[in-house]
Write a protein that binds this ligand. Sequence first.
Ligand code: ADP
Length: 395
Amino acid sequence: MAVALQHENMFFGTFWIGYDQAHQFSNEEQRYLDTLAGLAALAVGNAYLFQSAEVGRQRLDAIVASTPDPVLVTDYQNHLLLANPAAIDAFGKGIEQGKGQLIDEVISDQSLIHLMQSSREKIQSAEIVLPDEHIYLATSSSVVLEGKLMGRVCVLRDVTEFKKLDALKSEFVSTVSHDLRSPLTLIRGYATMLQMVGELNAQQTNYGQKIVASVESMSKLVNNLLDLGRIEAGVGLQLEMVPVYEILEKVVSELKLQAAQKHIHLDLMIPDQSIQLIEADQALLQQALHNLVENAIKFTEADGNVNVNFYSMEERIIFEVRDTGIGIAPADQQRIFEKFYRAARRGVHRDRGTGLGLTIVKSIAERHGGRVWLESQLGRGSVFFLEIPVSQSST
Ligand code: ADP
């Protein structure tokens, strides 16, 4: 008698039994053999399933193990589940024995711990320096299975070489900018003096003014590049306790004339009797706010409004610069803080800036452990927010 070994549409073979003498299979015997074949098919099916799952698991293990980037995986309770060989090389042997322990007991880098524990945002990145003195860009994301949070996976990419190149490039830019400063000052000086040494006709005066205007915009670019270079190079912050209102007042008074010339109402809202102090580098913070307010004036039509405001929230001060200007399209909003980025201009020619103003604001915010972001509607206006911690020790 032969019975097919079959399980869930899969055919594994045949199970047969034979006698060396004539034999009549009773019903009971047939049922027994059917059951036996069913059980055998089930066992073979399970073995198949296990084998394919095991092959899949081994393949995944091999991929993770041979990935040159360190990979860490935690469960939803922040226990370390996996550290691949690259992670063991980067963090040291300790991490291998730390499997099953809480992530903050295994690694010491606070920003990496924060990345691995964070459950708020799905994907987060941070730059960290590991004991091997390499700089890594760590990106962690939530592992979600059938809608349930299973844990987090973090991949670290070694960006040491890129950072070195970036530093080299910044050094080059700042050397060139520095060397450009003196000839520019000379050109400006001589162009201004032209009219002092002799009578100029209208066209010559006009050319002279054009030279001065161009040199001025070049000097602005050079100064911006130098500022950015200094901020990015991480020259120490000159921290002091500064009154928030005073800084804003300075910025607004510096730009009052510019606003008035364009017939723009520039207002500083004063919270009653505010004596709010902030620990910051006064010159840098002032520069960041100056850039934001200057932009607001620059990108607002005559008779528009620019309002400057601030409030404190959980140990942080949020500055708000609101304008009724031309607004920024969503696609530009994502790129506006990049170096040299300028949104495509609609309509008439406007002030050409250097495209570095907002990059400087972002660098200053980050150097203070803060951030900058915006809300904007094309044609309606924009609001730029600058958030700076009240005290630098809390960052
Ligand atoms: P720029 O020197 O060109 O002003 P920024 O980095 O300060 O350089 O700004 C980059 C671009 O962002 C600007 O060219 C402009 O297109 C846009 N932008 C900045 N602020 C505003 C604003 N308040 N309203 C509309 N567009 C703005």
